[in-house]
Design a protein around this ligand. Structure first.
Ligand code: SF4
Length: 78
């Protein structure tokens, strides 16, 4: 997805529960602008507010995570 990510959803961040994550890497495919993978395929989530144009993709990453390891935290999580 190509975006002009100049604005953010203030206070909205993506959080990972590493005890649940099984390293599928799907989240990084859905939200590559905000999630990288480490050398073992586990996500590294950017420690910054989610750019507003990426909120829909962030919600999809949360709902599509097969391990339910992701959640949105903050004002725009719904
Ligand atoms: S999709 Fe879920 S289980 Fe897979 S790497 Fe991302 S957070 Fe972990």
């Amino acid at each position: 997805m190509t975006t002009n990510a100049t604005s953010t959803a203030p206070g909205t961040r993506l959080r990972l529960d590493p005890t649940k994550c099984s390293g599928h890497g799907l989240c990084a495919e859905l939200l590559g602008e905000h999630i990288a993978l480490d050398e073992w395929g586990y996500p590294i989530i950017a420690e910054r507010d989610i750019p507003a144009p990426l909120l829909a993709d962030a919600r999809r990453a949360v709902t599509d995570c097969p391990a339910l390891a992701l959640r949105l935290e903050g004002a725009a999580r719904r």
